[in-house]
Design a protein around this ligand. Structure first.
Ligand code: FA5
Length: 490
């Protein structure tokens, strides 16, 4: 048990006055003080009893009474009885500890009795001597303060407004002093107070610095310790494909733009020349979101700028990245050269080549003199860069409502080099993506002059291209987060 604990206990204890005589009449062991904690508690009780008695006696002008009861100079005082009944009778392991406690209690009582007694000094020299004693007692007490709680107790003991020692000295020495000594006592008191305040502050700073250093030492990292090896992750194969495709098109002067995943039917269908009852919508039947006020009558073509307002069409999860063709052309005049990477959603059943959520990269180039040759050259360049120089491409007629002519871009099978295998179903060709020249009807939706401008567009399926590039036979592997799969792309 440290002094800190004893002193903090003292401040916390409230002891009825008349019990101290009962307590000190019995040995510590009888009081249940069988260890250092118990001993400290008993001494804290004694200390609290003294403080309370002193307070009462001072108020009532009975200083002599309390001095008689507690002063060690008076023979059978309480402190002597504590020595006899508590300390000397304490069992060997506790005896020494109890002696230290008693010494502290004596110092505590002495200094307060001294400061509460009328000053027995007739000359300035004697006044100085009395204050010197106080200063020595204070310095000794502070030297024993080892932490902030101790220091707090000492601060109250010396500077406390109601019963601090400085206050006791002011009340008992300065106020009743003869006029010829008042000046000397006042000066000495001021000097003592200044000393007490300065030393307490100094000590507080030192204790704080020690605590800070200890905290620093506790928190300091030991760089010599072996580190924790955490496995390094790698970029997801789809992300790698995105980056690779973006790199290729950035090198051709395209910029990358992003668009909303929640779309209006206008941008997803109508402005792409897919009117409401067009059969091309069937294979893109999608996830609609219940929007307020939406009903069938209100699903009429609309630019969809008033979502949530009466008459607004419902929102849907975009089925392709093509809506960004329209959104981009609405905002800017040619030349346009963009790619649009992003997620798209379809009501497709998940299997080895389908997901209900997958990724596309849209491409769009529009300018005054873009021809089918530019389109073909761009597509060939991209496929060569992405799949390697040996891969050849071909264009197969196809149909998209928003391109005319429309094509499917095929590449020679990356697995058999075009000879024919199971993957390409012996054809030697693999379908890569859909594309075509922008249908002039689309320009009508964005106020481009179809006589002046032309361009091409394409829509790459990122999962499929990644499957081809890395020979991955099941699209679902991308989304299962199996590190054994992902690790292969590190
Ligand atoms: C389109 O989505 C058109 N918007 C592409 C386009 C853009 C054509 C610009 C012309 C001009 P399609 O439905 O074929 O097209 O899809 C494009 C690619 O997305 C397909 O080649 C395929 O690689 C991929 N894809 C389609 N459905 C799925 C699915 N359920 N899971 C994974 N990938 C899919």
């Amino acid at each position: 048990m440290t002094q800190f604990s004893r002193r903090s206990l003292r401040t916390a204890l409230e002891l009825p006055m008349d019990t101290i005589d009962d307590l000190i009449a019995r040995p510590l062991v009888d009081l249940g003080a069988t260890d250092t904690v118990g001993v400290s508690v008993s001494f804290a009780q004694a200390e609290a009893a003294f403080v309370a008695e002193l307070g009462r006696a001072s108020k009532e002008g009975r200083w002599e009474d309390i001095s008689d009861r507690w002063s060690p100079l008076r023979g059978h005082c309480i402190l002597d009885r504590i020595d006899r009944n508590w300390v000397q009778s304490a069992p060997a392991p506790l005896n020494q500890f109890a002696q230290v406690e008693l010494q502290r209690l004596r110092a505590f009582v002495n200094i307060r009795l001294f400061a509460s007694a009328p000053l027995q000094a007739e000359t300035a020299d004697l006044v100085e001597g009395a204050f010197k004693n106080l200063r020595i007692a204070f310095d000794k007490e502070i030297a024993g303060c080892t932490d902030a709680i101790d220091l707090g107790v000492s601060t109250t003991a010396w500077l406390g407004r109601t019963s601090g020692i400085i206050k006791l000295v002011t009340d008992n020495w300065l106020k009743p002093a003869k006029p010829e000594l008042k000046r000397a006592i006042g000066q000495a008191l001021n000097a003592l107070k200044a000393h007490v305040e300065a030393v307490l502050e100094e000590r507080r700073a030192a204790i704080q610095a020690t605590a800070d250093q200890a905290a620093l030492a506790r928190e300091r990292e030991d760089l010599s310790l072996a580190g924790v090896v955490r496995p390094l992750g790698s970029r997801h194969p789809l992300r790698q494909t995105f980056e690779e495709i973006e790199r290729i098109f950035l090198s051709l002067g395209y910029s990358v733009v992003a668009g909303p995943e929640m779309e209006t039917p206008y941008y997803n269908f109508e402005a792409l020349n897919i009117p409401e009852h067009h059969p091309a919508r069937d294979n893109m039947d999608t996830f609609y979101m219940a929007a307020p006020f939406a009903n069938d009558a209100q699903r009429k073509p609309s630019r969809g700028g008033a979502q949530g307002k009466p008459g607004a069409p419902p929102l849907l999860l975009r089925t392709h990245t093509s809506p960004m063709q329209v959104r981009t052309m609405e905002k800017q005049q040619p030349p346009v050269r963009i790619i649009v990477p992003g997620k798209v959603y379809r009501r497709d059943n998940p299997d080895a080549t389908h997901g209900f959520m997958f990724h596309q990269i849209e491409g769009l180039a529009v300018d005054t003199d873009i021809t089918f040759c530019d389109f073909k050259g761009t597509v060939e360049y991209f496929v060569r860069e992405f799949l390697g120089p040996k891969v050849k491409t071909r264009l197969r007629p196809s149909y998209f409502p928003f391109t005319e002519p429309s094509v499917e871009v095929d590449a020679t099978c990356v697995f058999c080099g075009g000879k024919g295998c199971n993957v390409c179903k012996q054809s030697g060709w693999i379908e890569l993506f859909g594309a075509g020249m922008v249908d002039p009807a689309v320009y009508g939706f964005v106020n481009y002059d179809p006589k002046k401008y032309s361009g091409f567009a394409f829509g790459l399926g990122v999962e499929r291209l990644t499957q081809l590039k890395y020979n991955i036979n099941d699209l679902q592997l991308y989304f299962q987060n199996d590190v054994r799969f992902l690790r292969q792309f590190a």
